[in-house]
Design a protein around this ligand. Structure first.
Ligand code: FAD
Length: 346
């Protein structure tokens, strides 16, 4: 009968050894999970239920990986297990091996959801992994209404789209980290309780066609643009890399990160990694200061969620004033030196 069958399949002998739940694909740095990965965990928490638990996938090599795994195991009371893929091939975040790794883990464990941050890392690997798994990823999610219903911005953030995922499992998401703040760890959260398992890579096979050549990054004492509490941004009005140093000085005094518009980046005043906007970084600091920024829709798309926006522009009709909480019509070449003079040394 149906009843006997049901009993048979729920008997421990027949229950699958597979781990059903949500998989967070995480990044680590210096032996800890990145802030973006903690936001992914916060988002994945929305799927948690009695029969949907949370696993975290970490990969790379060396002591930093194992420190990060231990850190991840204790990072959140809802993490049920940490999967570790220990191999040099994952060290440099190349999309090919990472996508293959996600495919391998999914084939074994059959997760219902796979979540990662909408960071350079996530945007690079998730679409490729989704193609291998033959599903359509849902990107840039800002709200999870239910396990299959998501909200994401469209038209450079000018409209929000609510969509229902009707594809097969796994439902793969990249989430916008600014929309999933990380709750501070509560004192009673468990520590080190989640088991850490090694991913079996014996069937991994050949590496892909791409090869790591080198990585260059700007060494900076300043906070990271994506997570800074204060961001000071300069636009084309700065006119030169030399003048842009004023923005850097101001940022230094305020303990802020430096941002730039695409026009400032294209003109070569600052490197590309400082670009804020639709095709740059999405930021949501507590204070965003924009100097000589017109407020093009593509720039606003990257900073409109900032808590307090201050704009300085000599054109009273500049669109940036429409989103600014405080606006000052004036010449930045007078206002910044005045600010620098009046602000105390850090
Ligand atoms: P401008 O628009 O030239 O504005 C300069 C402003 O400075 C003006 O408002 C002017 O009044 C003011 N000003 C001039 N002199 C002074 C002074 N002495 N004191 C005070 N104010 C002064 N842009 C981004 O920023 N990020 C993106 O990610 C991005 N992605 C894009 C993607 C696409 C597909 C496209 C088409 C465009 C994108 N852009 C992006 C470009 C965007 O459309 C704008 O061209 C750019 O943001 C303008 O930069 P800006 O405000 O520095 O320059």
């Amino acid at each position: 009968t149906n009843n006997t069958l049901r009993h048979l399949f729920t008997h421990p002998l027949f229950s699958s050894s597979r781990f059903i739940g949500t998989l967070v694909v995480a990044e680590h740095e210096g032996g800890s999970l990145t802030a973006a990965s903690l936001s992914s965990v916060a988002a994945a928490n929305k799927f948690l239920s009695q029969d949907n638990s949370l696993s975290l996938l970490l990969a790379g090599s060396g002591p930093s990986l194992h420190d990060a795994a231990a850190n991840a195991a204790s990072c959140h009371p809802s993490v049920s297990q940490v999967l570790v893929a220990d191999s040099d091939r994952f060290k440099h975040h190349l999309a090919e091996p990472w996508a293959k790794l996600i495919h391998l883990v999914q084939q074994k464990d059959e997760y219902s959801h796979i979540v990662t941050a909408s960071s350079t890392f996530g945007k690079n690997i998730l679409p490729r992994a989704a193609a291998l798994l033959d599903v359509s990823p849902v990107t840039d999610v800002i709200e999870i209404s239910d396990p299959k219903t998501f909200v994401r911005p469209i038209y450079a953030g000018n409209a929000l789209c609510t969509l229902r995922y009707t594809g097969s499992d796994p439902c793969m998401l990249t989430i916008r980290t600014t929309s999933f703040p990380v709750a501070p760890a509560s004192p009673d959260s468990k520590t080190g309780a989640a088991p850490i398992h090694q991913v079996d890579l014996s069937t991994f096979g050949e590496d892909g066609n791409s090869k790591f050549v080198k990585q260059t990054s700007q060494e900076s004492e300043r906070p990271d643009l994506g997570t800074a509490r204060v961001v000071v941004t300069g636009g084309r009005a700065l006119k030169s890399a030399e003048n842009f140093k004023m923005i850097e000085k101001l940022a230094e005094k305020l303990g802020a990160a430096v941002g730039a518009t695409r026009a400032a980046v294209d003109a070569g005043y600052v490197p590309n990694e400082l670009q804020v906007g639709q095709t740059g970084k999405i930021v949501a600091p507590e204070l965003y200061m924009a100097f000589g920024v017109s407020g093009a829709i593509q720039h606003i798309a990257g900073m409109r969620d900032s808590k307090v926006i201050v704009a300085v522009n000599k054109d009273a009709d500049a669109p940036i004033f429409q989103v600014a909480d405080y606006g000052l019509v004036g010449d930045l070449f007078e206002i910044i030196p005045e600010l620098l003079e009046k602000l105390p040394e850090k």
